[in-house]
Design a protein around this ligand. Structure first.
Ligand SMILES: Cc1ncc(COP(=O)(O)O)c(C=O)c1O
Length: 385
């Protein structure tokens, strides 16, 4: 019998029924009061999520990468210098994007899985006084590492550089504070911690970045922030182009759900799910990958046991149990697999995933103590009562 797959991947995350219903309901026409009300609500919720009173919030129709592209287009001119600390797949995407728009990219190369050292970034900036922006990835989804954005932003600001952060897989799952941390641009997406469908990205823009956007020389049209701002200022806010209306209706419902218990409760839930996964996996004798594991509440990267490819584990758990985990990327391909534990994921989803992992490993001839990971996860959940 066909059943929905059990998605424990780092995005898109499972979508709650309320969101599916909202996006399946009649279309709200995108010019006029209905969509205007949606825009007002969604923008206000996102503002709270970003923890900003001052930033402009722009809602774009695109996946997260479009939001990232909009930041490069609107903040810079060809030849502008940017520093990009590299420690995983998505920080490398920043560098590729900046390069595509002919920025001068100064990479700061670290091994994948590294938690960046702000002192090293300060050092690199001191050697490159012309750097106009630092491109950061808050949750490096390829390794699970949460980068110390607050501290990194502080050294970037001291060097007079704009702080531009990819929060696609972190916003809503781990603490973030746009105003207090002095961020200039933060780009998020609908399909991660908020558990809406893919298709909408959002950008918070500081006054400084807005100023840069007025004079930026990069080509831009679809993602021109000035167009979005003009439309957002109409008496009934709009998008400049036809937006992904149904996804927006779903995102509206997803934000309502997210805020039902409050942001602090949502963050605690993510912390608890993360601990349960980590304790459960360790109880199977497997090793975790990456630095700063206690802070990483979005996705956990796990080293495959000796002699078994991580890709085989992902393939087998999906074919036998309908459970979707994520394979390793880049140099980690075959070596690690990843369990996503953010968004609309419950305690029992984690238990199901761990049980499936135990059985899969046993079927691949890796010895496990049956029930060990499930017991470890239950311990975390019961302690939290
Ligand atoms: C940290 C990070 N940045 C950017 C993206 C790209 O987002 P999208 O696939 O929505 O374009 C992802 C998606 O996995 C991500 O995890």
């Amino acid at each position: 019998m066909d059943r929905p797959e059990i998605i424990l991947a780092p995005g898109p995350t499972p979508i709650p029924p309320e969101v599916l219903l909202a996006q399946g309901s009649p279309l709200v026409y995108h010019r006029g009061p209905g969509f205007g009300a949606l825009m007002r609500d969604v923008t206000a919720r996102l503002r709270a999520l970003y923890r900003t009173e001052r930033a402009r919030i722009l809602v774009l129709t695109s996946s997260g990468t479009g939001g990232l592209e909009s930041a490069i287009q609107n903040c810079f001119s060809p030849g502008d210098e940017v520093l990009v600390p590299l420690a995983g797949f998505f920080s490398e995407r920043w560098a590729r994007l900046a390069d595509a728009f002919r920025l001068t990219v100064h990479p700061l190369e670290e091994e994948w899985g590294t938690r960046l050292d702000p002192a090293k970034v300060a050092d690199a900036l001191a050697r490159r006084p012309g750097v106009k922006g630092v491109l950061l990835t808050h949750s490096e989804t390829s390794t699970g590492v949460i980068q110390p954005v607050r501290e990194l932003a502080s050294v970037a600001r001291d060097a007079g550089a704009m702080v531009i952060v990819d929060v696609v897989s972190s916003l809503g799952a781990v603490p973030f504070a746009f105003d207090d941390w002095g961020i200039d641009v933060a780009v998020g997406g609908s399909q991660k911690a908020l558990s809406a469908s893919p298709g909408i990205s959002f950008v918070a823009v500081s006054e400084g970045a807005w100023g840069a956007a007025q004079g930026a020389g990069n080509p831009r049209f679809y993602f021109d922030w000035r167009e979005y701002q003009r439309s957002a200022e109409l008496p009934e806010p709009e998008n400049p182009w036809t937006p992904a209306i149904s996804v927006m209706q779903g995102l509206h419902a997803a934000l309502e759900l997210y805020f039902q218990d409050g942001m602090d409760a949502a963050l605690l839930r993510h912390q608890r799910l993360s601990r349960a996964v980590k304790d459960g996996v360790r109880a199977l004798g497997l090793d975790l990958f990456g630095q700063g594991l206690d802070d990483n509440w979005t996705v956990t990267a796990i080293r495959a046991p000796e002699g078994i490819s991580a890709d085989t584990i992902c393939h087998r758990i999906r074919s036998d149990f309908g459970c979707v985990l994520a394979p390793g990327q880049g140099p980690l391909k075959g070596k690690v697999f990843r369990i996503g534990h953010f968004g609309y994921v419950s305690e029992l989803d984690i238990i199901r995933g761990l049980a499936a992992l135990e059985m899969t490993l046993e079927r691949l001839d890796h010895p496990v103590k049956r029930g060990a990971s499930v017991a470890a996860a239950e311990q975390v959940f019961q302690e939290a009562r």
